[in-house]
Ligand binder design. Structure first.
Ligand code: ARG
Length: 391
């Protein structure tokens, strides 16, 4: 039997390799690393280990696709689940698709992942794997090994994993966000130590002078920083550094997992904070009130599906079709100020803005005659008057 394994180079997915052979009778394990912008050291370690312990190792660069087909739609949809920018969530289906493609190409009998039975990631991977008609093996969930047992097993198998140096935290990182959980953080009252953060400075250590930055959007996606045109991936990498330096983009939330468990999650996502705030602001000036109200519920429905990893549900594309239509007018510039952990929008410009200075101004009178509002005013709140006169 041949299996394609979604591989990260971490402890869980590494012990999966010998476990698949010993406990599931697998003859050939193909480890598949999908690059969605995780740190280079992690990728290098994964490739080194994969080459060494798997029968066949494959690396797939999916960074461009991650940005174009997952992060850009997320920005257009103002992606947000209970305050989470959906970084881990949005990457899982892409990783699953890439692993599935390898499985088909290599004529594997099944696919495998290293997720445990308590989280969302197992659901996200498997929803895609099963929709693509693949058989799934989940050794970590099925064998229920404790972390200490895993470490013992890894040592017995001679896997060169630097467990000793491992932090107590479980970290998942890609271009869009860094998720930190586990260890002492499982006590929701425990105050996160500074050491869990890698992308953001603490506001106290951030520069004393603010940074003012202009972000340009075209049809809902960011295309330039301070007038310099950048490809999506480079723009996000750069913005993560700039905003992280100013301490922008930390979140500490209690999150409702799909299974119903409440979990304490810490996240870092400097670029996401800037881009989502700026994008929302730009929508506010170009979309109508009706569009904004309706889109808010569409965005929430999209975010819910994205969180659950249900990107193959037809509703996911249905919602995106609506969202894309609205984004045709979402082009323009937003100026933001980054200062010691805070982000403030200072100004915005859009050619297609519905804002008319001469219409709204206190000082000029054009097109509309304020006196016309007199009749409107008499009807406004009519039902409250009816109600009050009835009691
Ligand atoms: N709670 C987040 C989610 O469900 C992050 C999960 C992070 N995974 C991890 N192995 N640390 O998307």
């Amino acid at each position: 039997m041949k299996v394609a394994l979604a591989y990260s180079g971490g402890l869980d997915t590494s012990v999966c390799i010998p476990l698949l052979k010993e406990r599931y009778g697998v003859d050939e394990v193909i480890s598949v690393v999908v690059d969605v912008g995780q740190p280079v050291e992690d990728l290098e370690r994964a490739n080194r280990l994969g080459e060494e312990i798997a029968d066949h190792h494959i690396v797939i660069d999916a960074k461009e696709e991650f940005v174009e087909d997952y992060i850009f739609p997320l920005i257009k949809a103002n992606g947000n689940y209970e305050g989470y920018v959906l970084g881990t969530a949005i990457a899982r289906p892409l990783i699953a698709k890439k692993v599935a493609e390898v499985a088909f190409r290599e004529k594997a009998d099944a696919v495998a992942h290293g997720c445990t039975g308590k989280g969302n990631d197992q659901l996200r991977f498997e929803a895609v794997f099963r929709a693509m008609g693949l058989k799934v093996i989940a050794p970590m969930r099925e064998l229920g090994l404790k972390r200490s047992e895993e470490i013992e097993y890894a040592i017995k198998k001679g896997l060169k994993i630097n467990v000793g140096k491992d932090t107590p935290w479980s970290i998942d990182e890609n271009l869009w966000s860094r998720s930190i959980e586990g260890g002492m953080l499982e006590d929701p009252a425990f105050i996160p130590p500074e050491e869990i953060f890698a992308w953001t400075k603490s506001p106290e250590d951030a520069p004393d002078s603010p940074l003012i930055l202009k972000i340009t959007f075209e049809e809902g996606v960011p295309v330039a920083l301070d007038g310099e045109a950048l490809r999506g991936y480079d723009l996000i990498v750069r913005l993560n550094m700039i905003a992280g330096e100013h301490g922008v983009g930390r979140t500490d939330i209690i999150e409702d997992r799909v299974l119903g468990l409440k979990a304490r999650e810490n996240y870092e996502h400097p670029a996401a904070t800037v881009l989502l705030s700026a994008h929302r602001d730009l929508e506010q000036i170009v979309l109508t009130r009706n569009e904004l109200r309706f889109k808010m519920s569409v965005d929430a429905a999209w975010s819910e599906l994205a969180y659950q990893g249900l990107v193959l549900d037809p509703l996911y594309d249905d919602l995106l079709a609506f969202i894309d239509e609205t984004q045709k007018r979402v082009s323009g510039d937003v100026t933001v100020k980054l200062y010691k952990g805070s982000l403030q929008v200072l100004g915005r410009y859009a050619r297609t803005a519905l804002y008319r200075e001469d219409w709204v101004s206190f000082d000029t009178a054009v097109e509309i005659d304020p006196a016309d509002a007199g009749g409107f005013s008499k009807f406004h709140g009519l039902q409250a008057r009816l109600y009050r006169s009835s009691i």
